[in-house]
Ligand binder design. Structure first.
Ligand code: 2RA
Length: 328
């Protein structure tokens, strides 16, 4: 039986991309319900040739027969409504960070740990965008060479901050700096602060990458550190990832392991300036890897450059892929 699906937060940057991805992947559904806050309720959305009226999310929204709900409406909405949906037998796939570290909630990247979907208790969490693209790359390498330590340095697009971030960059590039999404103007800048600072000097974004890496790879012994930076790029997060392995590796073999791994495209021909680029990754669902080179400063280490569309693979597509695992 085709599932009845609800989309919660359907008018946001990620929510509207749910629609694009569901259509592209021809995700099978029987009934489709679109829900959002009072602000967006009443809007008409045309999807696959049919008009849908966005309904206001409330505690009775899941009284009707819904099988799967894809949430991208912020942490407070998920905190309140994901349990209500789950109590009605709905399986929620939530994009917010609200439930990611809950031991009762699987945190899933379908290319990495699809089996974790099985023990869900009604809520499945979509990892942070900057974590997802890294996991797709780290998993095959961890399986083959056992990762000892990871250093993340990220260069994150403004679309990660939704409409406000995009507007700040557009305004800044037009010479009219605004700071609706960031503490400083983003045009011509790199801001080493994504989300707020925690008591240890790391931002929440950096702690997400550290904590989510441990949970998804299921190995708290991996040493992880991160510096996450907002850069004046509209779409796609770029990441420099330095990895130290327990075991040695052959560089050509490592390149082959990546090339064969699900969801990865290797773009690595430095002599011809071929390497992943944010503008090329935008609008696609792959994770691109290049600048693959040994880290000569340790016994067994490698440096990688990893780029992916943070709204697609980083959020909407990963969420739909989790739903595809659910209906298998
Ligand atoms: C960001 N990863 O890039 C965070 C949330 N999408 O802003």
């Amino acid at each position: 039986k085709k599932p009845n699906v609800a989309l919660v937060g359907v008018t946001g940057v990620v929510g509207s991309t749910f629609l694009k991805v569901l259509e592209e992947r021809d995700f099978p559904f029987n009934e489709l319900y679109m829900m959002a806050s009072a602000k967006s309720a009443g809007k008409t959305i045309n999807f696959k040739g049919r008009d849908y009226i966005v309904e206001e999310l409330n505690e009775h929204s899941f009284d009707k027969d819904i099988d799967i709900a894809l949430f991208s409406a912020g942490g407070s909405v998920s905190e309140k409504y994901a349990p209500i949906a789950a109590a009605h037998g709905v399986t929620v796939v939530d994009n917010s960070s609200q439930w990611r570290m809950d031991p009762e909630v699987p945190l899933v990247v379908p290319e990495v740990n699809p089996e974790d979907v099985e023990w869900n208790k009604g809520i499945i969490a979509n990892p942070n965008c900057s974590t997802i693209q890294a996991m797709v790359v780290l998993k095959p390498l961890h399986d083959k060479y056992k990762i000892k330590r990871v250093v993340y340095s990220t260069y994150q697009a403004v679309s990660g901050s939704g409409v406000k971030g995009i507007e700040d960059l557009k305004n800044g590039l037009a010479g009219n700096d605004t700071t609706n999404a960031y503490p400083h103007p983003i045009a011509g800048n790199c801001i080493p602060q994504i989300d707020v600072f925690t008591e240890n000097g790391y931002t929440k974004e950096e702690m997400k990458m550290i904590n989510e890496t441990h949970k998804i790879l299921g190995d708290d012994s991996i040493k992880v550190t991160a510096t996450t930076v907002r850069v004046p790029v509209f779409d796609s997060h770029s990441e420099s990832i330095n990895i130290e392995f327990e075991n040695d590796f052959d560089l050509d073999e490592l390149r082959e392991v990546l090339a064969k791994a699900p969801g990865i495209v290797v773009q690595d021909d430095p002599a011809n300036s071929i390497y992943p680029l944010a503008r090329n990754a935008a609008g696609t669902d792959e994770v691109y890897v290049g600048r693959i080179r040994r880290d000569f400063s340790v016994d067994s280490g490698v440096n990688l450059w990893v780029v992916s569309d943070n709204i697609r693979k980083g959020a909407a597509t990963n969420t739909v892929q989790i739903a595809e695992v659910l209906i298998k």
